[in-house]
Design a protein around this ligand. Structure first.
Ligand code: 0WD
Length: 254
């Protein structure tokens, strides 16, 4: 049985067992979804392949989202094993960590473009390709952070990119809604991951959230995963263009 029985989805952005995408994977796997994965290059291959193997993935594919040919190849590969697709989880972001501290105003043009490309545009690039495989409608989910809405210490250019990502969720929801494809974001509270370790003073941000969020704690990747599961499932079938905060309530007070 299970909420996701018979549903097929691609998860992009598992880097290791601490990744939010890994918590999302647990939730979707337990609910009975059939899963495929992309990882970024050989460095991550070594970690991701053994991690996902026990879940019997339909495919585990190398994909660098900055490279359109790599994206095309990944979806072509997926098309060989699946004739349709029900959901995609996009849990990918990147910025030069030297610019995730200090002042936003000092952001370079090169890193601005790179951060926007990987952390924002890649979701649209994925949507373009996923749309073609979503023959029975579908659900696209991306990960964002409150630093898109309010100034958070050190988040800087990533906050600007997440704001653009959240806006793109609304435009994509409008474009793809006609085909029954829903597009939503999950705004996760801070979680200690590889990507987060690049953000200046991250431990302080974790403590701050623990002391000040309404639930007086931080959140786990699995808790973020449970909301991603809800959005990918038919329980979320009337929800699109939305941004759900899974942050122990911090957005309500912050
Ligand atoms: O506190 C946090 N950790 C939060 C993260 C709070 C709110 C949101 N998020 C977001 C992140 O911004 C990101 O969009 O969640 C998403 C997942 O991030 P994560 O789980 O915190 O981080 P991690 O486990 O590192 O996974 C992100 C991965 C990359 O890892 P690195 O360590 O290289 O940043 O994104 C992948 C890569 O595996 N990635 C790429 N994948 C394909 N092509 C690329 C790329 N060019 N660049 C990064």
């Amino acid at each position: 049985g299970g909420l996701m029985k018979g549903k097929r989805g691609l998860i992009m952005g598992v880097a290791n067992q601490h990744s939010i995408a890994w918590g999302i994977t647990q939730a979707l796997h337990e609910a009975g979804a059939e899963l495929a994965f992309t990882y970024q290059g050989d460095v991550f291959k070594k970690r991701v392949v053994p991690l996902v193997e026990p879940l019997n993935p339909a495919a585990v594919i190398d994909c660098d989202v900055t490279n359109p040919e790599s994206l095309d190849a990944a979806f072509a590969e997926l098309g060989k094993v699946w004739d349709s697709l029900d959901f995609v989880v996009h849990a990918i972001a990147f910025s030069d960590k030297d610019q995730l501290k200090g002042r936003y105003v000092d952001t370079t043009a090169d890193n601005f473009a790179l951060t926007m490309n990987i952390s924002c545009y890649s979701f649209t690039a994925v949507a373009q390709r996923a749309e073609k495989m979503m023959k029975n409608g579908g659900s696209l989910v991306t990960l964002t952070y409150y630093g898109a809405e309010k100034v958070m210490p050190h988040y800087n250019v990533m906050g600007v990119a997440k704001a653009a990502l959240e806006a793109s969720v609304r435009y994509l929801a409008e474009d793809l809604g006609k085909n029954g494809i829903r597009v939503n974001a999950v705004s996760a509270g801070p979680i200690k991951t590889l990507a987060a370790s690049g953000v200046g003073d991250f431990r302080y941000i974790l403590k701050w959230n623990e002391y000040n969020s309404p639930l007086r704690r931080t959140v786990t990747p699995k808790e973020v995963g449970d909301t991603a599961l809800f959005l990918c499932s038919d329980l979320g079938k009337a929800i699109t263009g939305e941004n759900i905060h899974v942050d122990a309530g911090y957005h309500a007070i912050g």
